[in-house]
Design a protein around this ligand. Structure first.
Ligand code: DGL
Length: 360
């Protein structure tokens, strides 16, 4: 009789412990930030034939729930939910993808129960998507883009730890109001100035001269810089009613170049041209008349530079005041294109557009 009573008491005690533990875990989960993971494809979702296949793999094959399940530690970092917005290798990103993603980000961040967003993305155009979102997201909540340089099936795949750190960053109150961020390789970069600087090594993402924002270390972010340029809630751009973006293309500068590409872009109706000039945004003598003609036809001409760092000086390598050209400040050509597309949704006035390049 005594043993039976003791067994019942023990069972009740163990049951209480289990229930209390579950309750504590439930409360802990409730205390965790809710980070929505939006998956778009890329190498982080890629797979290769063998564990040593780090090139020649297939990007965009693994779904968002599989990415989350592969990192059980995420459950301790945040309450995560997953959504597959689309599944592409990011070299195939289009303006339509950007508008869909930007609207979904704003829709989610408008909800009180969403504290931050992580976007898994191919690295090829990751810097461009980050800058686009930096200009159109209307929330101070953290938005973090993350990718990987090795597919999920590779030895020392960097995707899982990059995803874990990105979720920790997006869950961190310290990350609020800093603009859209890019987190790979334990580093935190700002969307405006980060660029992919290597075709294949895990440290490909750099902010060469203007400086990254900080580091991820020991499960938390450490910030050392903030951007001086306006972003997110402080921009004048609104995509909520946009179904398309104006067509803007990039003309690359090089020795012996001609105006065939430029003329084709203009003939196809481009509203703007980014000229990725040599040096300080220089324009070849044989190309300048073509740019002037394009401007006369109404296209906005922005002088950027192919070199990657430094300010393209207004009235330096061309008389911008006289030619009514715009300069891209320090934005590389691919980011200058994004700002011009959004600027053209607001104005065709070159003075206003130049102001935007010195503001964002
Ligand atoms: N196809 C490239 C992309 O999706 C792979 C590069 C990567 O994601 O690391 O951007």
């Amino acid at each position: 009789m005594f043993q039976h009573k003791t067994a019942r008491l023990m069972a009740a005690f163990i049951g209480t412990i289990i229930f209390a533990t579950a309750q504590a875990q439930e409360v802990a989960q409730q205390k965790l930030a809710h980070v929505a993971i939006l998956a778009t494809g890329g190498t982080i979702a890629g797979s290769g034939a063998t564990s040593t296949t780090t090139v020649g793999y297939t990007a965009a094959t693994v779904g968002v729930q599989q990415l989350i399940n592969a990192v059980p530690e995420l459950q301790k970092a945040a309450h995560v939910t997953g959504e597959q917005v689309f599944q592409i290798a990011s070299e195939s990103m289009t303006n339509d993808h950007w508008l869909k993603l930007g609207k979904r980000v704003n829709e989610l961040l408008s909800k009180d129960d969403v504290d931050g967003i992580v976007i898994t993305h191919g690295t090829d155009t990751l810097e461009e998507t980050a800058y686009f979102l930096n200009l159109v997201v209307k929330s101070r909540k953290p938005v973090v883009l993350v990718g990987a340089m090795r597919p999920s099936t590779a030895l020392s795949a960097d995707g899982p730890i990059n995803l874990y750190n990105a979720v920790l960053l997006a869950a961190s109150p310290d990350a609020a109001g800093k603009g859209v961020m890019v987190a790979l390789g334990d580093q935190i970069h700002g969307a405006r100035d980060v660029t992919k600087s290597n075709t294949s090594t895990p440290d490909a993402f750099r902010t060469p001269e203007l400086g990254m924002l900080g580091y991820m270390q020991g499960n938390k972010p450490y910030f050392y810089h903030v951007t001086t340029r306006k972003h997110t809630v402080d921009t004048e751009f609104d995509i909520s009613k946009l179904d398309a973006l104006p067509q803007v293309d990039i003309v690359y500068g090089y020795a012996n170049m001609n105006t065939v590409a430029l003329n084709a872009f203009i003939a196809s109706g481009d509203k703007g041209i980014i000229h990725a000039g040599t040096g300080d945004g220089s324009v070849a003598a044989q190309v300048k008349p073509g740019l002037v003609e394009a401007r006369k036809k109404g296209a906005i001409i922005v002088r950027s530079a192919r070199v990657g760092n430094g300010i393209v000086a207004r009235n330096g390598e061309a008389n911008d005041d006289q030619l009514d050209f715009v300069v891209s400040d320090t934005l590389n050509p691919q980011k200058a294109r994004i700002l011009l597309m959004l600027a053209l949704t607001k104005t065709n006035n070159t003075k206003e557009i130049q102001r935007m390049y010195y503001t964002y």
